[in-house]
Design a protein around this ligand. Structure first.
Ligand SMILES: Nc1ncnc2c1ncn2[C@@H]1O[C@H](COP(=O)(O)OP(=O)(O)O)[C@@H](O)[C@H]1O
Ligand SMILES: Cc1cn([C@H]2C[C@H](O)[C@@H](COP(=O)(O)O)O2)c(=O)[nH]c1=O
Length: 420
């Protein structure tokens, strides 16, 4: 039998760099920072808003965080510096909002690193863009008449696409042509999306034909034309030299059809394009293996609906080095464990349990009450079917709903026997 010390030396032989070693985890943005408290994060979230969305309301609920473990085992794969962060709570607690903010914070990490080394004009243009002054940024780009970094062009185009400012996007393209800037494949894809979304399918087609390598995204933009992209890589900047953001993809369950399948949407109407899937195991193949390899961060919303959550998270974090941020319901309307969300707690670097406001008394709400008589576990819906409640009102509310269910059930069977 192996002794503890011989096992230790197998795991971490002294004075040697081995495939397996214990090390202190790197500082995590989730370790102690409450992103709810950072108004600048909210401002920069504009980048992922659509034009018609209301500004994000300040959260009415506290954030509780079970902080991350300090030790991690490093797997043999040298890129295995992944992380898993889990956000749970009842409906309306701000899980999706928190997911979006954390994703934004993750992308910002790359951006901040880049901004430090970017030249003054690029910096100014990005600053204008992030503060919502897109027109001024494009005006400045034109006035200076110089080529800027791919990352800057990309950000400006991205903003035009999100804001549906297609005319402005065309001005950026025109500036590229005038200053003799040859867009890389990534920017060509961006331009393709811009033209396809603006309805200019002729130009989109020309760009599409020019593309050396037709990715899932370019095919998608072409096929869907005016419609939104079903699959979206919010990033890939790293691949194309901009190094502006870390590369991020967001997945949600295709069971959640409440706001369509192309975005995750918070109860306040804030959106982020996503990839809707039946199961997580299909993600790599659908997203494309190369694109997957370049991803830094994967966000998963409505995690309770994914049966293969555990396998996906462990593979992505342990072997593929991804930062996985998972948001989902820990409990169903009967307060039973929902799907596999609780199964991934042992995999997690951090767990954040959020609360909403009880709709009866305004106290902290830990549970979700179903107001209707349906009894199946999975029932898609919003405030028409569910409400967040405190313990006291869960118990009393549940009794009322159960009683109504029994009364309605017996009335139904009476009617049926009358009809016979
Ligand atoms: N009873 C409630 N308690 C807290 N927030 C609520 C409530 N009803 C509606 N909301 C809104 O829902 C938002 C949270 O939405 P979202 O992030 O989509 O939550 P979740 O993903 O947890 O269901 C809050 O910012 C708030 O504006
Ligand atoms: C409690 C409970 C919820 N659901 C469904 C209802 C919604 O479609 C989602 C949760 O959405 P949110 O982003 O957390 O607001 O889950 C369900 O199917 N069964 C339940 O018991």
């Amino acid at each position: 039998m192996l002794t503890i010390s011989s096992m230790k030396s197998l795991i971490a032989p002294p004075f040697a760099h081995t495939p397996f070693s214990l090390y202190l985890t790197k500082a995590s943005p989730f370790a102690s920072k409450s992103i709810f408290c950072n108004p600048t994060t909210l401002q920069t979230l504009r980048f992922i808003h659509t034009k018609s969305e209301p500004p994000m309301a300040s959260p009415k609920f506290p954030l509780f965080s079970v902080q991350n473990r300090s030790l991690q085992t490093k797997a043999s794969n040298s890129s295995a510096s992944g992380e898993v962060h889990v956000i749970v709570g009842p409906m309306f607690a701000g899980k999706t909002t928190t997911l979006l903010r954390r994703i934004q914070a993750e992308t910002e990490k790359g951006r901040l690193a880049r901004v430090r080394i970017s030249c003054h004009l690029d910096k100014t243009l990005k600053g204008l863009c992030f503060s919502g002054r897109l027109s001024e940024a494009i005006g400045l780009l034109w006035r200076t008449g110089v080529k800027v970094e791919p990352g800057t062009y990309s950000l400006l185009l991205q903003e035009c696409i999100f804001m549906k400012e297609y005319r402005k996007g065309r001005r950026i393209h025109a500036q590229m042509v005038i200053v003799g800037y040859v867009p890389n494949e990534y920017l060509e894809n961006k331009l393709l999306i811009l033209y396809a979304k603006s309805g200019n399918l002729v130009t989109a087609h020309v760009l599409f034909d020019k593309l050396q390598e037709k990715s899932l995204i370019s095919w998608n933009s072409m096929i869907t034309g005016l419609h939104c992209l079903t699959l979206s890589a919010v990033g890939k900047y790293r691949e194309y030299g901009g190094l502006l953001y870390r590369s991020v993809a967001v997945i949600k369950s295709n069971k959640d059809t409440r706001f369509g399948l192309d975005s995750i949407v918070t109860h306040d109407g804030v959106k982020l394009p996503c990839c809707a899937l039946a199961n997580l195991s299909s993600f790599r193949q659908k997203f494309g293996s190369d694109a997957y390899d370049k991803l830094d961060v994967i966000g998963i919303d409505e995690a309770q609906f994914f049966e293969d959550l555990y396998d996906f998270c462990s593979e992505a974090a342990d072997h593929d080095g991804k930062t996985v941020i998972v948001a989902g319901l820990d409990g169903d309307y009967l307060r039973r464990s929902f799907g596999s969300v609780l199964d991934i707690i042992p995999l997690a670097d951090s767990v954040t349990k959020l609360t909403a406001r009880c709709e009866f008394c305004g106290k902290r709400a830990f549970f979700t009450l179903r107001k209707t008589k349906e009894t199946q576990t999975e029932l898609i819906g919003g405030s028409d079917i569910y409400m967040p409640v405190c313990r006291q009102h869960y118990v009393s509310g549940h009794v009322v709903v159960e009683a109504a269910r029994i009364v309605l059930g017996s009335q139904k069977s009476q009617c049926e026997s009358c009809a016979v």
